[in-house]
Every structure is written in C-alpha cells, then in structure tokens.
Ligand binder design. Structure first.
Ligand code: GLC
Ligand code: CA
Length: 547
C-alpha cells in the first residue's frame, strides 16, 4: 500500500518516468495518445522498474502549447479521455506500486479559462485582478518586457483599454500572484487532486511566479520575471498546501542558481522537495547548434551535486519534453547510438538525487530529422522558423537548427514495434522513421539494448543504500572526454568511469581503490583497472572498498 504520510521521503529512493501523454500510446486509433493507452502500458512501465510517473498535462485545454495552457484544472481534455479514466489510471498505477505525479501549470492559465474570460470583460469584474494588467504608455505597450516565445509580453485588451502580461504565448495570460485570491483558487485545485490520489506535482515555470513590481524597462529580461525578489512568499504559501497533503514536489526552476536552490529545496525549510535546473543542458541557448563540452558538463553537474550536499535533493535528468534527445545532443546517434546512449545513462543515473527517464530515452530514441517546416507541430519551433526567415536566414540553415534543438524531437510518438505500434491512424506528429529498428519490441529481445541497460541501472540504483545516500565526488580528469566520479559511504563505494567522446582514452584507477569488482559495463571486454583503454562511449561501474 502506498502511503506518502508514512513514507514522506519516498521520492529519494525512487526512479521517475516522464510520460508525454499525446505521444505515448493511442488506444482508440485517432492518432493521439490517451489515458486508456497509458493504462494499457502500465505493465511496460512496471517492467522498467521505475516507481513513479510524471505526466505532462492532459487537462482541458485549447492546446495552443500542447496542454500547458489549461482552461479547466479539474477536467480532462476529451482527446485524452475522461475524469473517470484519470481516476482509474491513478488507481491502477497505485495497484502496481507506482506513484503518480501531475503537472501543475499555475504561472498562467489558458485565455479560455473562465477566470480570464471573466477578467477581460471589465476592470470591475471580480476576476480582473487574477491577471496582470497595465495601461498603455504613449499608446503603446507598457514596457520592454518580452515573451519567451518571441515578441512583446503584452497583448492589448480593447474592453478595458489595457494590456495583459504573458510570459509565453498570448493565449497564456500570467496569473497575478500578488492577489491572495489566486492562491486561494489554486489551493482548492491542489487539495482536489490530492483527494483523488495524486502523489505529487511538477510545478511548471514556477520560478516566474513573481513579476518585478516596478514594471519598469529592464536591461536583463530575467530581472522582470525570473526568481524575482519576494517570490519566496508565494512559494512558501504554496508549500503549506503541498505539505498538508503529503505531496511530493519538483519545481521547474531554470535559472535559479544553486545558492538560491539551497533555500528552495532545503530539507527542513524549503518550498519544494526538488527542482529541475537546466544548467547542464544549455536550455537557454535555444536553437543553437553544437555539443556540450564534457569539461563543462562535469563542472555544472558537480556544482549542483556539491552545492546541495547535505542540504537538499537533486533531480537527475538529460531529457524532457522541451529538450532534444540526449543521444543526439550529448551523444553520437549514428553508429555509436547504443554505446553513447548507455554511457550517458550511466553517467547521470548514479549521481546523488532522483533520476528521471523521459519516455523513449530508455530506448535511445533519437532526434527526428524533419526537413520541412510543415512536419513540425511545436508553436515555438514554427515561430522561430518564421522569425529567422524574416531576418534573412535560409530555409536550410534554419531547418538544420530545428533538427538539432526543436522540442518536437522529444515529442514524436513512442516507438513500440517495427511498424510503429503507436496507433493505426496517422499520428498527430510523424513518427521517427527509425522506429523500424529502434523500438520496444526489438530492445526487449536484446540483452545489450539501451532498454536492457536502463533496467539494470534502475534495479541497481534502487538496491544499494550507497547509491541512495553515498556522497558524490568528482575525480577530475581535466580533459574533454571522461566523466569519472564516485559515490561513497563508510569507505565503500561505486566508481563510475565513462568516456563521453568519439575517441579512445586511457585511464588508471589509483591504488586508493581496493577490491575492485566490475558491476556493469556497456562493453563486452573486461579491463585492467590500472591501465584502462576506454573505447569511445564506453562505461564501467566498479564497486570498491577504500584502503
Ligand atoms: C514550461 C513547459 C513547456 C511550455 C512552457 C510554457 O516550460 O515545460 O513545455 O511550453 O512551460 O507553457
Ligand atoms: Ca487516442
């Protein structure tokens, strides 16, 4: 029986699996993944060994931003199913000892939400103050604040002769958290889902809740809307709702430095159990081409590991629905796909924190090489394409950037079989043609597959307390190839050695490490630890005792 009250830190000894419902499994063959489809695939999720799922939004929504624009938090978008399906899904996950985390999008609503429908009518409307309004300045937008989806963050509303603020699309007006009634309304939503069995929330765009109340022009856009001083008050109020309901929380908090994160996820006084930070995936360099340097990766991840040690808990991830596929971005998705997907997996999965796997990552799914803008669905990718062309860029170079970084790379349907296996209908977004070889069925039958490797990692991760609580320590190789670290407690530990490059490297395990025992590798050959010859994208995990 799942009891979050009796086991309040269950999420520390857990592996999470992120589901993007629209692309997971289509049960009724309309081309769109759905909740009954997720229910059907619970045995698969269970077979991974994970113990909780995080589902991207499937609530009532006009889907301007694929459900991150919610028009009713207590209803379900009919393309995904019904409320009954949702309750059934929660129940069936629980029966399988898998906890369920929903995505709570409370920095903004859809413009179709009844709060906004009311709010825009008049300045006297009781909901008006649920949103952020400013009068025009000299007949124009109130300030220079921009939307993360391009253009001004302000849209004019004729009925009140005001502009409203939206950090993302104009159909996603931001809520005004300065108004205590907003918190009251959101509190009810939290309580309602908790009553219906939800075990936790991923808090979407949560570092943006507070806006700079000067509403003055800014030089650095972050000063207007990210991690603005005073946000702590809102987060603290919200955290009481989560704690009262024994909910696990993970905040999406890009750009919050580790020094602030120490407050945010402090085990005693923090607002959330964990946050997602994005330093290691260069989230902010949208649509830039180029690989992350291994030295940089070591530096950023070590900064977070050390920064939260003894204070709070990290999330561990390489992919989500907003990022390109890890094997394409960090790895080599050509002839080294299997090796690079597994080396990357070992690198991040055994650090201190809670690992997340994004659907398809466990297969080593790759970026999709769409060569026509009409194949894309993501509004931000389409917006980028138009803007670049208007600036004089060529179609070819712009499509090349999208092939590297578009969020649609992560959103193509899950690859179940060699014929696709997602739906009998044309899917809402094309499948990656490589499903003929990269798919669940093939990988289940192959003990060397990426899938088999993830299963081994998950089992291992959950089986040894050293991997739960042992301290992380980087062994700095000062190069651009290797990532080597240990997890250790009471002189026992694990040594993780990965070559994250396309060229061979040498490595010597020093004599401090005794009784080395090879636990897992993505290569067939054993090595002499004191004179290792690391093939490209090879990964070795040793158990050791300290001298
Ligand atoms: C969050 C979501 C992303 C969405 C954005 C705006 O960052 O993860 O998918 O586009 O919010 O709604
Ligand atoms: Ca469907």
């Amino acid at each position: 029986m799942i009891s979050n009250q009796q086991d309040p830190t269950w999420w520390q000894n857990a592996v999470g699996y992120q589901i993007y419902p629209k692309s997971f499994y289509d049960s009724n063959n309309d081309g769109i993944g759905d909740l009954p489809g997720i229910i059907e695939k619970i045995p698969y999720i269970k077979s991974l060994g994970v113990n909780f799922v995080w589902l991207s939004p499937f609530f009532a929504s006009p889907n301007v931003d694929n459900g991150y624009d919610v028009s009713d938090y207590e209803d379900i978008d009919p393309q995904y199913g019904t409320l009954d399906d949702t309750f059934k899904m929660i129940k069936q996950f629980h029966q399988n000892d898998i906890r369920v985390v929903f995505d709570l999008v409370i920095n903004y609503t859809s413009d179709q939400h009844h709060w906004f429908q009311e709010a825009q009518k008049s300045v006297d409307n009781p909901y008006h103050d649920f949103y952020i309004w400013r009068k025009p300045v000299a007949g124009k937008v109130p300030n220079n604040w921009v939307s993360l989806f391009g253009g001004s963050a302000w849209t004019y509303n004729a009925a009140t002769d005001e502009y409203y603020y939206h950090l993302f699309a104009k159909q996603q007006p931001d809520l005004n958290w300065e108004n205590p009634k907003v918190h009251q309304a959101v509190k009810q939503i939290i309580d309602w889902w908790a009553e219906h069995g939800v075990d936790g929330f991923r808090l979407d765009a949560i570092s943006h809740l507070k806006k700079n109340q000067s509403f003055a022009d800014v030089q650095d856009q972050e000063a207007a809307m990210n991690n603005v001083f005073g946000i702590e008050k809102f987060l603290d109020e919200l955290s009481t709702d989560f704690k009262r309901n024994h909910l696990m929380t993970v905040g999406e908090a890009g750009g919050v430095p580790v020094t602030r994160a120490r407050e945010w996820v402090n085990t005693k006084t923090g607002y959330f159990d964990m946050i997602f930070q994005f330093d290691h995936v260069s989230f902010w360099e949208k649509f830039t081409v180029g690989k992350i340097d291994v030295a940089m990766l070591r530096k950023t991840l070590t900064n977070w590991q050390n920064g939260l040690e003894g204070i709070g808990w990290n999330t561990l991830f390489l992919e989500n629905h907003d990022l390109p596929r890890a094997v394409s971005y960090f790895g080599n998705d050509g002839d080294m796909r299997q090796q690079s997907a597994t080396a990357l997996a070992m690198m991040y999965f055994l650090m201190k924190g809670t690992p997340f796997i994004y659907q398809g990552q466990e297969l080593g799914m790759t970026n999709v090489s769409f060569d026509n803008i009409d194949q894309y669905r993501d509004l931000d990718s389409k917006r980028f394409y138009q803007e670049e062309l208007a600036k004089g860029a060529t179609k070819a170079e712009t499509l090349f950037k999208l092939q590297k970084k578009s969020r649609d790379n992560a959103r193509t349907p899950m690859q179940w079989t060699s014929t696709g296996g997602f739906s009998n209908h044309q899917p809402w977004i094309e499948m990656n043609p490589n499903h003929q070889t990269i798919n669940v069925k093939n990988e289940q039958a192959d003990s060397n597959s990426v899938l088999s490797f993830y299963k081994r990692l998950t089992t291992l991760r959950l089986s040894d307390p050293v991997l739960l609580a042992g301290k992380y320590q980087l062994i700095d190789t000062h190069d651009h190839q290797l990532y080597v670290y240990t997890r250790e407690s009471a002189r026992k530990g694990y040594l993780i050695i990965t070559n994250l490059s396309d060229t061979p490297a040498a490595y010597q395990v020093t004599s401090d490490f005794q009784n080395l025992e090879l636990v897992l590798t993505n290569r067939s050959a054993e090595q002499n630890p004191t004179a290792m010859k690391l093939q490209p994208w090879s990964a070795y995990l040793y158990k050791y005792e300290r001298k």
